[in-house]
Write a protein that binds this ligand. Structure first.
Ligand code: AMP
Length: 227
């Protein structure tokens, strides 16, 4: 039996690059008190620290390809096994292939755990490209800032004054490849989770606040059903 807190949620955030998964995940983490686990963020940290995993992953990340499944499966098993994720978690960027999803399901089954919901952030391609090419990150607090929505390029982070930078793989050519990789390798997961009755589609267009409202509403309904 799954004996964890009925209010704690085990959620996957699914959606193409630029759909706003990271931005929404940071908000959900605060509001619902579940750790935001981003495989992309973990990998980027490994690359920065030049660990063995970072060195293996870097070549794939630079051209927008997926890192091999087994590396990711090991990484996620290790992260989910940590105490802060015992009651609930919010996965951003995982799973990205059917194999990852199948192995993850086995992993949860073996621990008598089950996913509560898979939230699909649905956004038109045109908006995705505009969002990614205008995306800057803060080196200090990690905030995501879209300069396309601003009148001019800010000198520093609006929240903590930290230095802003653009992700290497947010360059136009790499972005196109990342979208193709999403369609080919990750989009089939929409049907996979729909088939399991777990998929909740949320309109990801509009402002961060608009999307956050929709996401919160959907998760609260989910919590209500669980409680
Ligand atoms: P993200 O920050 O989620 O856009 O991920 C950045 C890059 O990290 C991706 O383009 C992949 O190269 C790699 N990556 C992140 N998560 C995964 C995953 N679940 N499977 C394979 N590669 C991943």
């Amino acid at each position: 039996m799954d004996s964890r807190d009925p209010k704690a949620l085990m959620v996957i955030l699914l959606g193409p690059p630029g759909a706003g998964k990271g931005t929404q995940a940071r908000r959900i983490e605060e509001e619902f008190g579940v750790p935001h686990i981003s495989t992309g963020d973990i990998l980027r940290e490994h690359v920065t620290l030049e660990t063995e995993l970072g060195q293996k992953a870097q070549q794939y990340m630079e051209c927008g390809e997926l890192v091999p499944d087994q590396l990711i499966i090991d990484l996620i098993a290790d992260r989910i096994g940590q105490p802060d994720a015992a009651e609930g978690f919010l996965l951003d960027g995982f799973p990205r292939t059917t194999r990852q999803a199948v192995v993850f399901e086995e992993f949860l089954n073996n621990r008598q755990l089950k996913l509560d919901t898979v939230l699909l952030l649905d956004v038109e391609d045109e908006q995705l490209i505009a969002r990614i090419s205008g995306r800057y990150l803060c080196r200090d607090c990690g905030s995501d800032i879209n300069v396309a929505e601003l009148e001019s390029m800010p000198e520093s982070c609006a929240y903590c004054d930290g230095e802003l930078y653009q992700r290497e793989d947010d360059r136009e050519e790499t972005v196109k490849n990342r979208l193709q990789v999403y369609r080919r390798q990750t989009a089939p997961l929409v049907e996979y989770y729909r088939g399991q009755g777990l998929l909740k589609k949320v309109d990801g267009s509009g402002t961060v606040e608009d999307v956050a409202r929709r996401v919160t509403e959907t998760l609260k309904q989910e919590q209500g059903q669980e409680a």
